[in-house]
Ligand binder design. Structure first.
Ligand code: FS2
Ligand code: SF4
Length: 538
């Protein structure tokens, strides 16, 4: 196997024996093959669109769910991945009968014959020999994986953007095209970022039209006396269905990790059994899921291979999967049946308390813009000197303590803007407020980084600045998996410069590609808290 798509890749170069995430070589091989056939299908749909044919949304959904399935920590279930390969090959055969095959790449024409494990060895990351082309192809593919995840969540709320899907498939197909130069692929990388903004806007619209605008909310960290179900991942539609189905059952619902921001939406606040947030970021789940005592629903990544002590309590749905754990089926638009989790919960003791108290969040764009006058005034008076965007992901590396120390060391006239599970590194610190404005403003999930961009664009307008980089905002972003890649590309496409990315730069950036990012966008890594504070706050 060879996989280097996430920040925790072995030795900062690539996982070759087994994934640090727990992905085994046979699963890695089927994920590589799934990406390959998905690119093949995308080449067919792109050719058909060029010939003026319409592509059914179900094909778009198949493609986005395939890519989502291969995101870090999402799906470890080889049989489920093989099923998706079969379904993709069948769809591709059907569409091929409508297409002109002469100009299609080999991936579009492969019919699935032969030994899949052998085939997978020939189509993985290393099958592209030129390291710069490989680097750009993978950078684009990982960005598209992130975009697929966000599209899928919007699709679950019955929102589609055909242009995002058409781009996604065109770009996937382009990663098979040997005629494209480094310059072509750099341009496609930036275009991927542009569609990343569009995809995140679609999801933001889907979420806010369905569940209302997030508002300032105090979220409880303690536990109640009833048995509970813990929901993790990012899919709000799954949470909504679970909340509906648990009404009157005596079973409470708690959020874990990236599901925390669900508490900020008015539509979820009406459920009396939606108790609070339990635990921390994804990587602490072994201890926290054990202590929770009840069933856990993983709606997306990030899954840590479960301990036997709670494996029978772990359920997956959507793109998530783990062998031996029950998967709750349900396609877009279908009702999911969570009765097995509810029955299971009733047999479990209530959760063991990990923490007490509350945290405050809900600072997505509408809420922040409602406070705009106060914020602008605070900036003008000097009460707020800088905003520091610390969005992104958390992870298990010790080096990520940097983010806690950085947050602690920031002077009292700075405000952290956050989104994603990165927040767990500092969202429980007593950082105080500035004239009533909390010093950590949590916009939501990683996709809600879109809110941070909207806020920046609004401030740029209010302050009458020609360049977004003239705002008193600096970026110190932590990444882990591929959704952070689309967030990064989206920020670059908006013209944001001098982003610091850590705790390490992606292993999939070749020296030349990294040089382009440094020269064109001033992207940098992190050093020490002291040095970075001096550099960023100047
Ligand atoms: Fe965190 Fe994992 Fe949000 Fe990532 S829970 S690293 O999926 O997308 O962020
Ligand atoms: Fe390794 Fe990350 Fe790939 Fe898992 S997703 S195999 S940890 S690079």
């Amino acid at each position: 196997m060879f996989c280097y798509q996430c920040q925790e890749t072995a030795g900062c170069t690539g996982c070759t024996r087994v994934g640090v995430c727990g992905k085994t070589p046979d699963v890695a091989a089927m994920q590589d093959l799934l990406v390959y056939v998905t690119k093949g299908l995308s080449a067919v749909t792109t050719a058909l669109r060029k010939a003026g044919q319409e592509i059914d949304p179900s094909v778009n959904h198949l493609i986005t769910l395939n890519l989502f399935t291969t995101i870090t920590n999402a799906n470890f279930d080889k049989a489920a991945i093989e099923d998706r390969i079969r379904a993709t090959l069948a769809e591709k055969e059907r569409l091929l009968s409508l297409a002109d095959r002469t100009s299609l790449p080999a991936a579009a024409l492969w019919d699935g014959a032969g030994d899949w494990a052998e085939k997978a060895k020939t189509v993985g990351v290393l099958s592209t020999k030129n390291e710069d082309i490989r680097s750009l192809r993978e950078l684009i593919t990982y960005g598209l994986k992130g975009l697929s995840a966000y599209s899928k969540h919007a699709n679950a709320l019955l929102r589609d953007d055909g242009q995002v899907d058409a781009f996604l498939q065109r770009a996937l197909a382009a990663t098979l095209d040997d005629s494209l130069t480094v310059e072509d692929l750099v341009a496609l990388t930036l275009e991927t970022g542009k569609y990343g903004v569009r995809g995140m806007a679609l999801l933001d619209q889907a979420n806010t039209e369905t569940y209302g605008n997030p508002r300032i909310t105090r979220v409880k960290l303690g536990v109640g006396k009833n048995p509970g179900i813990l929901v993790s991942g990012h899919d709000l539609r799954d949470l909504e269905q679970l909340l509906e189905q648990t009404q009157g059952t005596g079973v409470d619902v708690y959020t874990h990790s990236e599901m925390l921001p669900a508490h900020y939406y008015p539509a979820f606040q009406k459920y009396p059994n939606f108790v609070g947030n339990y635990g921390n970021a994804w990587w602490k789940q072994k201890e926290e899921f054990e202590a929770f005592n009840g069933p856990i629903l993983m709606t997306t990544n990030c899954i840590v291979p479960p301990k036997d002590s709670y494996k029978d309590r772990l359920y997956t749905t959507g793109a998530a999967g783990y062998p031996g754990c029950k998967h709750i089926p349900g396609e877009i638009g279908q009702q999911k049946d969570f009765s097995a989790l509810i029955a299971h919960a009733k047999k479990c003791p209530p959760p063991q308390a990990l923490e007490t108290g509350e945290i405050v969040g809900g600072f997505a764009h509408a809420q922040v813009l409602a406070l705009a006058d106060r914020i602008v005034e605070a900036v003008k008076s000097g009460a707020i000197r800088k905003f520091v965007v610390m969005a992104g992901c958390d992870g298990r590396a010790k080096s990520r303590d940097y983010y806690t120390e950085f947050a602690k060391a920031l002077p009292g006239d700075t405000v952290i803007l956050t989104a994603g599970c990165a927040k767990y590194k500092y969202n429980k610190l007593p950082l105080g407020d500035i004239g009533g404005i909390p010093r950590v403003l949590d916009a939501g999930q990683c996709n809600d980084s879109y809110s941070l961009a909207v806020i920046a664009l609004k401030l740029q307008e209010v302050f009458g600045l020609a360049d977004i980089n003239d705002l008193p905002i600096v970026y110190n972003i932590a990444w882990y998996e591929q959704k952070a890649v689309i967030v990064l590309l989206a920020l670059l496409s908006l013209g944001v410069k001098h982003i610091h990315l850590g705790p390490t730069l992606p292993a999939f950036l070749s020296p030349n590609v990294a040089k382009v990012l440094v020269e064109q966008f001033g992207i940098g890594g992190i050093t020490t808290v002291e040095e970075d504070l001096a550099r960023m706050l100047g």
